[in-house]
Design a protein around this ligand. Structure first.
Ligand SMILES: C[S@@+](CC[C@H](N)C(=O)[O-])C[C@H]1O[C@@H](n2cnc3c(N)ncnc32)[C@H](O)[C@@H]1O
Length: 652
């Protein structure tokens, strides 16, 4: 079907001035919806006569076609480009043995609907391709030709499907904490009791602290009730009261043996055993606190010293109050679609939904392990509700420390909140000699002030994943993005072998993660350009964010901040008045953390290629950028790098 383009057509100045008998020349613009290689334009060339011009395959909307006719000669057509050609000669993968099939990727910096690619097939053959407006960076392009025919291009949009929602988890997750809240459990009183019991058992809890809320967080934590001096010890909890996978093994050896025999990765076994142990303590706590029943698993199938039993039980009682209503695992399980919509274009919702489903299946596995462990016992334990297991696992996720054991729950010490400014007033430390966890004030505190510690310098994306809160973006120490292989499938297909295992790649602006180091080395070993690979991964991943309506105000604000100061990422104070609320939303902070991580990586590869000055890159991650540039340089010159060889020299 032809498109009448008379409105866009005109006689060129040359044509107007030339004598009519000589050369006839017209210039016509390729209309917006024309399909290059398919659409025919009907062009009025003279009164009543029409020329039908096939829009050349290499043209794109906005290009102009110069149509020329010499007297007695045919019409010829030349494409006048509105965008320069983008040479993609070095990105071709020729299918072995097939001279008529080529594969390449839409490059990182193209403008779909505008950019044209020039593909060098051989020394004397080049093909030009227009990037259609539905394409995105990293899409696969297949070039194909039959004998003697011109090359045909196919742009493939890679689609993926999301995983099944955890239907079984929904109701249980929604019920978390319901029984204890309906029973009016008084969390403050239970924490006071935990302090008393812990002190009687040999822990130290300073009389200058109590559970309470204070600005700016205004959520339950630990506050000073009297003036505290710098250097004062506030809490000391000996390791015998810590709940770790090894303490659980000692306390519940039959269960630990059953878990050991179960086909689970080693890391998961410890995690599952730990959560199941706490879950049983929580189930007993619920009976005690809500139903005033005296049941205790520690008096029956499991064992503990009298002091341990008192502390662990008081600890479980105090943990009953939390309902995790804020936590993304629970939000994802209860309303997966809403979670997806809220977090889009981030893929984090899929992670949370998977985690919720995973918790449900881990609970089933653990039930089977427990049945195996105590199959010979005459007195069976009542089945452990999924609710208790989920609560226990989430307590572990949000409260564990790393002492000499990775996953350590420390009663009392885990009541400290994370400093929203990353300037802790108290710090915890593992005293290996005393085998105790010690919390000390690192500055003086006035009465009423909250004692805040640090959970580590992590990006909003990672803090949200683990704890379910975010920091104000001005206090975010670094940015994170996780590349999911299914979203960058064509890039992996071109740069790596198909059969290869496809791990997740963690991008971090505080350091180069081992997952990225490994994959960049693999790509280089295959003789491919690791810098271009990383550029394509990031451009493809960032594409969806650039197209997203909801975060557009944040991206506008970011652009404004960078106009004023190229290294700035201060999007939060450049927001238009009507969109200011976006800055306070956890999900927006997570999305922006990912966006900035991808931007920092795209800038770092340009910096490595000397296409961008350091002063034009995001500031605040300069040392990492230098390391990454060094790593990419080593891949080119030495064929590989390790995390230690990539360390940038510190500035003199
Ligand atoms: C180890 S607990 C801290 C004590 C807890 N607030 C309580 O009442 O028992 C960790 C949880 O506290 C909350 N939290 C800690 N620091 C926070 C912060 N800076 N902003 C918001 N929530 C925070 C989060 O819900 C997190 O999952």
């Amino acid at each position: 079907m032809g498109v009448r383009a008379a409105g866009a057509m005109g006689l060129s100045p040359d044509a107007e001035n030339d004598p009519p008998q000589k050369q006839l020349q017209l210039v016509v613009e390729v209309p917006k919806h024309a399909r290059p290689g398919v659409t025919k334009l009907a062009v009025d060339v003279d009164e009543g006569s029409e020329l039908h011009v096939l829009v050349p395959a290499e043209a794109v909307a906005g290009d102009r076609l110069r149509l020329t006719k010499m007297p007695d000669g045919p019409w010829t057509c030349v494409v006048l480009r509105s965008q320069p050609l983008y040479d993609v000669a070095n990105r071709i993968l020729q299918s072995p043995g097939d001279q008529c099939k080529l594969q390449l990727l839409v490059p990182a910096n193209v403008k779909p609907g505008e950019t044209k690619l020039q593909v060098t097939i051989s020394a004397d053959e080049q093909v030009q391709l227009a990037v259609p407006n539905y394409a995105s960076p990293g899409d696969l392009i297949e070039l194909h030709r039959a004998d003697g025919e011109p090359w045909l291009a196919k742009f493939t949009r890679d689609r993926y499907t999301t995983s099944q929602d955890p239907q079984k988890g929904l109701a249980v997750m929604a019920e978390l904490g319901k029984t204890s809240s309906e029973a009016g459990v008084d969390a403050d009183a239970l924490v006071d009791r935990l302090f008393t019991v812990a002190k009687e058992a040999g822990c130290f809890v300073s009389p200058k602290i109590k559970r309470g809320c204070a600005p700016p967080l205004n959520i339950p934590g630990l506050v000073a009730v009297e003036a505290i001096e710098e250097g004062e010890e506030l809490i000391r909890v000996p390791s015998r009261f810590h709940l770790t996978p090894p303490t659980v093994e000692t306390s519940a050896p039959a269960l630990a043996a059953a878990v050991q025999a179960c086909s689970m990765p080693a890391q998961r076994r410890g995690e599952a055993l730990h959560a199941f142990f706490l879950a049983r303590l929580l189930a007993d706590a619920q009976e005690r606190v809500v139903n005033a029943a005296g049941r205790s698993v520690l008096d029956g199938k499991w064992s503990a010293t009298a002091d341990q039993k008192k502390v662990w039980e008081a600890y479980a009682d105090a943990l009953l109050a939390e309902d995790f209503s804020y936590h993304p695992f629970r939000l994802a399980a209860c309303k997966p679609e809403e979670m997806r919509e809220n977090l889009s274009p981030s893929q984090e919702a899929e992670y949370f939904i998977d985690m919720a489903a995973d918790l449900m299946s881990l609970h089933e596995t653990m039930q089977r392990c427990e049945a195996d462990a105590y199959a010979e016992d005459a007195e069976a334990l009542p089945p452990l509700e999924a609710e208790m297991f989920l609560r226990a696992r989430m307590c572990a996720q949000t409260r564990v420390f790393q002492t000499c054991v990775d996953t350590t729950l420390v009663p009392v010490a885990d009541l400290l909140n994370h400093s929203p400014t990353l300037t802790p007033g108290v710090l915890w430390g593992w005293d290996a000699e005393a085998q105790a966890m010690i919390i000390t004030a690192v500055r003086a505190h006035s009465p009423g002030e909250e004692l805040l510690t640090t959970y580590g310098a992590r990006s909003n994306m990672l803090v949200y994943r683990t704890y379910g809160f975010t920091l104000h973006p001005k206090n975010e120490p670094s940015f994170t993005y996780i590349i999911r292989p299914h979203l960058v499938r064509p890039v992996l297909k071109i740069f790596m072998d198909n059969e290869e295992a496809r791990p997740l790649m963690l991008l971090e602006t505080s350091h180069i993660d081992d997952s990225l180091c490994q994959i960049l080395n693999q790509v280089t070993k295959k003789g491919r350009d690791a810098t271009e690979f990383l550029r394509l991964l990031c451009a493809r991943s960032r594409w969806a964010y650039d197209q997203d309506e909801r975060i557009r105000p944040c991206l506008r604000a970011l652009a404004k901040a960078r106009e004023e100061q190229p290294g700035s990422h201060d999007w939060w104070s450049h927001m238009e008045e009507e969109h200011k609320d976006l800055v306070n939303q956890d999900v927006v902070r997570v999305i922006m953390s990912e966006y900035l991580c991808l931007t920092a990586h795209l800038e770092a590869v340009d910096y490595a290629d000397e296409h961008r000055a350091d002063s034009e890159c995001l500031s605040g991650c300069q040392a990492w950028r230098k390391s990454l540039a060094k790593a990419l340089g080593l891949l080119k010159t030495a064929g590989g790098f390790s995390l230690s060889t990539a360390k940038a020299e510190s500035p003199k």
